[in-house]
Design a binder for this molecule. Structure first.
Ligand code: ATP
Length: 424
């Protein structure tokens, strides 16, 4: 069998909240490399890593692409490498304290230990030293700018095994327009959403394809296949010049960040999990509009949170009651709370215990004290038995159904229900 060898290039941590985007750098770079006669195979990859990584700018994404190696019998690899490093030097936001670009070159097969490294980058925290040591171990060449933290994401992006994937088409603004209001025809976005097999485009009046930051991206559209993206691009109208566009192969909306937890006790900080448990208390709100409740199993309890940005999802969470059994999908951040991304109702507690009615006057009895039965405040009737009476409740949640956060609050990695082949 004829097997092609590749040289992989991974890049991360070039942007800042004030501008740039590593995907733009990647698109521009690929254009330059192709112009110089270099061959790049397939789509570049945009891989999202651990959502709880401390130094992320926005969505913790790294980029990578691959050169078929045979071309370097006649093409000069050093020249390609210089173009790449030069582009990273020119376009990275070095003034930002938090920007520490990293570039990785790796020649050969993606080994299972590399896949394990990527798994770790999605599920826990990796240090720069650890990444450097791993790069040396696999024989990858690394280039660190400033602290070079980007080598973590660059290595993981090259190494990540994709058992599920989606695609994202990103269009880019010309430099003079960046930072100004984006001129997108919203009606055409609604039409595109209706006419194409794409997802996460809108959320009511919220246009999710439009970034809210001053980055070079004009809009980004996501789908399960590149063809739908090109169809969508033809429908979306804009009233400003598009510098260029690029389609990325991604792990977005695959739930790749989630691990199936054996139980609540086994879950750790900075990890994302799927776990089953019983609701202990009625969800309560705190200042800022965040909602919390406790989930337990036989091993431990954990506080679950539905935060303000999840908007109407909090109204669904409020419908949970003590005794409900749910499967929760989410992640544990710095403060130790399990942030809910979605949940499935496994069992609903539809029995509520109430004080009995007075057999004499029909009013609801009040407790006469612990284990002292009930008394009627209206007619002074006394009941020695302390047992409450079961009532069947009509619940607003549906057994077996999934409930998810809205598009505007959804993580890049979270798999939307529309991708889950559900029947409900
Ligand atoms: P954008 O989405 O705008 O491209 P970003 O959110 O991806 O930005 P970066 O500027 O790339 O943010 O910074 C993320 C940093 O975190 C990078 O340096 C990356 O190498 C590092 N990183 C990624 N995953 C991990 C991890 N699991 N542990 C520690 N550091 C990580």
């Amino acid at each position: 069998m004829f097997i092609i060898d590749y040289i992989y290039v991974g890049i991360d941590d070039t942007d800042s909240p004030d501008g740039m985007c590593t995907t733009y750098l990647c698109m521009d770079l690929i254009k330059k490399l192709k112009k110089e006669g270099f061959v790049i195979e397939g789509y570049p990859r945009l891989i999202r890593l651990n959502p709880f990584a401390r130094y992320k700018t926005r969505g913790n994404g790294g980029v990578s692409f691959k050169f078929p190696k045979e071309q370097f019998e006649y093409n000069d690899f050093k020249k390609a490498q210089n173009i790449i490093l030069d582009e990273v030097s020119k376009l990275s936001m070095f003034d930002c304290d938090n920007t520490h670009p990293g570039v990785v070159f790796y020649e050969g097969k993606i080994t299972s230990e590399m896949e394990d490294f990527a798994f770790k980058a999605l599920h826990s925290i990796i240090t720069i030293d650890e990444a450097e040591e791993f790069a040396n171990h696999i024989g990858a060449e690394i280039f660190k700018f400033k602290k070079g933290r980007g080598i973590i994401g660059a290595l993981a992006t090259i190494s990540c095994k994709l058992t599920d994937c989606t695609y994202e088409l990103l269009t880019y603004r010309i430099p003079e327009n960046r930072g100004g209001k984006r001129k997108i025809d919203y009606d055409s976005v609604y039409l595109m959403d209706e006419m194409t097999d794409t997802f996460e485009n809108i959320d009511g009046k919220y246009i999710a394809i439009e970034p809210k930051t001053p980055c070079p991206v004009l809009y980004g559209i996501r789908a399960d296949n590149p063809e739908s993206l090109l169809e969508a691009k033809n429908i979306v109208k804009v009233y400003e010049e598009i510098e260029d566009y690029c389609i990325f192969l991604t792990n977005q909306h695959t739930d790749m960040h989630l691990e199936l937890a054996e139980n609540i006790k086994s879950m750790r900080k900075y990890g994302s999990f799927i776990v089953e448990g019983t609701v202990v208390d009625t969800p309560h709100s705190i200042e800022g509009g965040h909602f919390f409740f406790t989930l337990e199993d036989s091993t431990a309890k954990i506080e679950c949170g539905a935060y303000e940005p999840t908007k109407d999802f909090r109204k669904i969470v409020q419908k949970l009651m003590a005794g409900d059994v749910i499967k929760v999908y989410g992640g544990i951040g710095e403060e130790g709370t399990f942030n809910i991304e979605k949940f499935k109702v496994l069992d609903l507690n539809n029995i509520e215990y109430k004080n009995p009615k007075c057999p004499k006057c029909g009013k609801t009895l009040s407790s006469a004290g612990k284990n002292k039965g009930f008394k009627c405040k209206n007619c002074s009737y006394k009941l020695a038995d302390s047992s409450k009476v079961p009532h069947t409740l009509k619940r607003d949640l549906q057994l077996g159904k999934f409930y998810e956060t809205p598009v505007m609050a959804r993580r890049h990695l979270a798999k939307p229900l529309c991708r889950m082949n559900l029947n409900n």
